[in-house]
Design a protein around this ligand. Structure first.
Ligand SMILES: [Zn+2]
Length: 262
């Protein structure tokens, strides 16, 4: 092919791509949540894209899913409690020790403690580190951090309706951990014996939760498998029967006794 031929072909291709880019794309313009009639809007500097409408994008930033609600305290707390108790009992286990060591490393490598008043404008990765520094400052037991992950894993596994995507799990665990040490509080005297108080809580939304979630997932990497196995084994020991005896179910017909009433 001559140079001119090659050039012409390239120009034609360029024009074709340009034309395609100008065509309205339905996928791009509508919110991707099934049944949502709103148009998609770009997020506001929070790493959000143009997939969802404003309300679904906001839900996604806060909960790790555009439509699944976060776990309620009443739903997740029993799982957290069970996980903490298991960690206490299995203190001597190599993988438990490993997970706790990794959380302590997150505390130690988080850099200086930053008060919540000063977080505004910091990039999400830095705010995630500040969250670990707050947990260190408040001496939050590393077992609470590992338990948050184990609880989310167990809760997700137990609930067939649950969102099982990694991002949802990471955000859910991060929300729990973020809450363990979040606020900064200040008070100072004002004239007439009054005091002024200031309470600032860092926002529990956006990419900071994704970073914290990744840290937790990595720390709990090895212990998760062991925990899930232990929980399944306990279930196997305690609930051998699929149905409790008093429930009306069709029992298996016994070969030996044809008039079985078992
Ligand atoms: Zn929507």
């Amino acid at each position: 092919m001559t140079d001119i031929g090659r050039w012409k072909r390239r120009a034609a291709r360029k024009a074709e791509v340009k034309g395609r880019a100008r065509e309205p794309s339905h996928m791009f313009k509508m919110c991707r949540v099934v049944g949502c009639k709103n148009t998609a809007r770009a997020g506001t500097g929070d790493g959000l894209d143009t997939r969802f409408c404003r309300s679904h994008a906001d839900h996604y930033a806060r909960h790790g899913s555009p439509y699944h609600a976060s776990f309620k305290a009443s739903e997740i707390n029993p799982f957290r409690r069970a996980a903490v108790e298991w960690l206490v009992v299995n203190e001597g286990d190599r993988v438990v020790a490993n997970a706790l060591l990794r959380v302590r490393r997150l505390y130690d490598q988080a850099g200086p403690y930053v008060e919540a008043f000063r977080l505004r404008g910091m990039p999400p990765k830095e705010r995630a580190k500040a969250a670990w520094a707050r947990l260190r400052q408040h001496e939050v037991d590393p077992r609470m951090v590992v338990a948050a992950w184990l609880a989310v894993e167990a809760k997700t596994a137990a609930d067939p309706q649950s969102e099982t995507k990694g991002e949802f799990k990471r955000v859910q665990a991060a929300k729990i951990v973020h809450r363990l040490a979040s606020g900064s509080h200040k008070s100072w005297p004002q004239g007439g014996g009054k005091t002024t108080e200031l309470h600032v809580y860092p926002a529990s939304r956006g990419n900071v939760l994704r970073h914290i979630g990744e840290d937790i997932e990595q720390a709990a990497e090895l212990v998760t498998e062991r925990y899930v196995k232990a929980v399944t084994e306990t279930l196997g020991r305690t609930n051998r029967r699929a149905a409790p005896r008093h429930l009306a179910v069709r029992r298996r017909f016994s070969k030996r006794r044809s008039s079985s009433s078992v």
